[in-house]
Design a protein around this ligand. Sequence first.
Ligand code: ATP
Ligand code: SF4
Length: 317
Amino acid sequence: MSEVLLVEDLYVKYYTRRGIISAVSGVTFDVIKGEMLAVVGESGSGKSTLGYAIMRLLPRSGAVERGRIVLDGEDILRLSEEELRRIRGGKVSMVFQDPFTTLDPLRRVLDQFREFLAEHGIDAERGRIIAEEMLEAVGVPKNLANAYPHQLSGGQKQRVAIAMAIALNPLLVIADEPTTALDVVIQRQVMDLLDDVKKRGTSIMFITHDIALAIERADRVMIMYGGEVMELAEKSMLAKRALHPYTVGLLSSMPRIGSEKLPSSIPGYPPDLRSPPKGCIFHPRCPYATERCRTVKPILSEVEKNHFVKCHLVKAL
Ligand code: ATP
Ligand code: SF4
């Protein structure tokens, strides 16, 4: 299985007037060709920061402090702005929760699609053909190509954003909460569309706070908390045998159809990333925390084949 993306020991910080925020700390993972990797965690766990760092689109206050991001053998962190323009859209692209992050509300869909393709050296006529083909492939009716984004429904706008993201056949699409703003039926259609994208051989890094959706749709699931990876496993393994107390907490906060038990939430609050807790970052909320947990940081370890957990209490199986 070939690796499309490798992220190694990545640290990202934000420098703000209120202090330095450690948004991503020591994150290591890979994305394999043609898989969907879901990145799951509560708000503030560093999921979007990770996506922006891979795209090299961090805001000015953010900086990669350490680590490597290797996409298709190229170290993203060493590329010039010009090389990055070639890679963005060409090898990696991002779909956002709000399609207006990609779409200009004041310009017709087809025009902006063609302009995006022109930036990658595709002439106007070929651009029109590709844009029309892609819009058709994602189920946007032909007559809407000349519409302005505000004339489209939320689901149609997201389809256009996905069509642009996949037009140049990238190796990887980072989809950051792409369905959160949509109603349930449209959510399902957009997720089906991402499944189709995956079937074309494009890998997907699917960022979500919804562990149930991640387990339903992804191949592997990576659980983040406080900017760190807590657990990473194939989705069936995670559904059957989640081992990290945080993952177990997330799973038990999931409502289940037919169950009489009410879902329980994880007590406490996410950490203040200006001064994260010492030792295990989850210890203030963990029901099993010991003195060791409060002082010594656990290491992400492979406890069984392809199942990684960061917890002192979980030993190799
Ligand atoms: P959400 O699901 O709410 O988008 P997330 O898991 O994607 O959350 P991030 O948005 O990456 O998490 O945030 C990680 C941490 O970095 C949080 O503490 C957040 O407040 C902080 N952060 C994110 N963006 C910025 C920014 N532009 N400037 C300063 N701090 C930021
Ligand atoms: Fe809980 Fe300790 Fe494991 Fe952290 S290391 S999750 S505090 S048991």
